[in-house]
Design a protein around this ligand. Structure first.
Ligand code: LLP
Length: 426
């Protein structure tokens, strides 16, 4: 469910018509719905409340999905924690008022500086992904005279995820350690004065549309927790990652959160651990659209019809990078037979193609279109490639909207690059 619907023949976000936002802010622009963000967070937490034996899990929103400060504050105010993968993301979470005891620090390559920062601000837990990283965390903690609370990220060797580039749970992927190694590292950590191992973690991929691989991975994680306990080690937390898929309109609905929670209750209900989740896409994807304008309709004699937009792969890279599908909707749909379009951006690469031969209502130059389900991994992956200003972001609440990341001016963009001193100045 989302809050982007036709009102009086044109697409609106909650009570704000997208044409009004485009007029005020220009295009391309991301538009997020507060009501959808809130609803997704509440549906997620509510699904677990139906299973009291699971306790109250920590829902650490994966900041990478959409790291805008207003989005983080909206979720943080509801009680969300944050799953972070860099010092920058930790700083964002803190700036949005998310308390450190709800912040998890994950990622395969944390630097000593980042680890020290995380320890000093007191994040809830550092998820370590390899033995050398664990030793690095211990070294940094010892230097600071601290004890680092850690979880070991396990790679359950289960394949899942919507695209090879976003599957993370196979042994050949760079993430986490094997079960055997996890047990050894956990035991070593509990004998290290600078480390306080509290649990184990996994995350097997993103845009997962089938519960079976998750069930398999979580069952294996249960086995690990039991094994560690038999060895006399204390395991209090189990972080099950994110990864649950969302509907991108062209495919059958993925399993809902209720089924996900029921499966977890079945597999882990009696394990007596504090559960943690790191959903990203599920919270943010369908809470945002990328709004763009059609610059030209260019018909080639060979029969292709191109809709050239003012948005490009630097604004939304998912189609170019993962062959991702985004529903494309005209903001004011025109009457008439749908036509086949190749929808492309202005960047000088053939990869800057959002879709090929998609049936869409007739489009004309000047029309606004919305890329649906673009709230996750859209703006957070955007760049200034081709020296296109970083795409702005707008947050809607009811009939109000606010620019929560303005479009930089060209002067601001150029001022970020001082010339080398021997070249003079500009
Ligand atoms: N936790 C960890 C450790 C992760 O690596 C990720 C995502 C998440 C949680 C959140 O997963 P989610 O619930 O959003 O599936 N850029 C790609 C997706 C990359 C996901 C990377 N890790 C895309 O646009 O599809």
């Amino acid at each position: 469910m989302n809050h982007f619907e036709l009102q009086n023949g044109e697409l609106a976000c909650e009570g704000a018509p997208l044409t009004a936002i485009a007029k005020a802010v220009g295009t391309p622009v991301y538009v997020y719905s507060t009501a959808t963000l809130v609803r997704h967070y509440q549906v997620f937490t509510g699904a677990f409340r139906a299973h009291p034996n699971l306790g109250e899990p920590l829902v650490a929103y994966a900041v990478k999905a959409n790291s805008n400060l207003s989005v983080l504050k909206t979720l943080g105010d509801l009680g969300a924690g944050a799953d972070t993968v860099s010092e920058g993301e930790i700083r964002r979470a803190l700036a949005a008022g998310i308390p450190p005891e709800r912040i998890v620090f994950s990622g395969v390559g944390k630097t000593a500086r980042e680890i020290a920062f995380a320890l000093k601000v007191g994040v809830a837990e550092i998820n370590v992904e390899s033995e050398p990283e664990m030793l690095m965390v211990a070294g940094v903690a010892a230097q600071l005279g601290m004890r680092a609370t850690i979880a070991i990220r396990v790679n359950p060797n289960v394949s899942a995820g919507g695209h090879a580039k976003i599957a993370t749970g196979k042994a050949v992927d760079k993430f986490g350690v094997s079960f055997a190694e996890a047990a050894r590292l956990y035991a070593n950590a509990s004998n290290n004065a600078a480390l306080n191992p509290v649990g184990v973690a996994c995350h097997i991929g993103s845009q997962i549309t089938d519960l079976a691989p998750m069930r398999e991975a979580f069952t294996k994680m249960r086995g690990l927790v039991e094994q560690l306990r038999v060895e006399g080690l204390k395991v209090e937390r189990l972080d099950l990652g994110g990864g649950l898929g969302v509907p991108y309109f062209h495919m059958p609905d993925p399993p809902g959160v209720k089924d996900y929670a029921a499966m977890i209750a079945e597999v882990l209900g009696d394990l007596k651990v504090q559960l943690a989740f790191e959903p990203g896409r599920l919270i943010a994807a369908n809470a945002g659209v990328l709004l763009a304008r059609v610059l030209h309709i260019h018909e080639r004699p060979e029969g292709r019809r191109f809709a050239v937009l003012d948005a490009a792969m630097n604004d939304l890279v998912r189609p170019a990078m993962y062959d991702a599908y985004h529903d494309i909707r005209p903001v004011k749909p025109r009457e008439g037979e749908p036509l086949l379009y190749d929808v492309v951006g202005p960047v000088c690469e053939t990869g800057d193609t959002f879709t090929r031969e998609r049936l869409l209502p007739p489009l004309e130059a000047g029309d606004l279109v919305a890329f649906m389900s673009a709230g996750a991994y859209g703006a957070s992956m955007s760049s200034e490639y081709n020296t296109r200003p970083l795409v702005p972001e707008v947050l809607v609440k009811g009939g109000n909207f606010a620019v929560v990341r303005p479009r930089p001016s060209y002067d601001e963009m150029l001022a970020r690059e001082p010339l080398a001193e021997w070249l003079g100045s500009h």
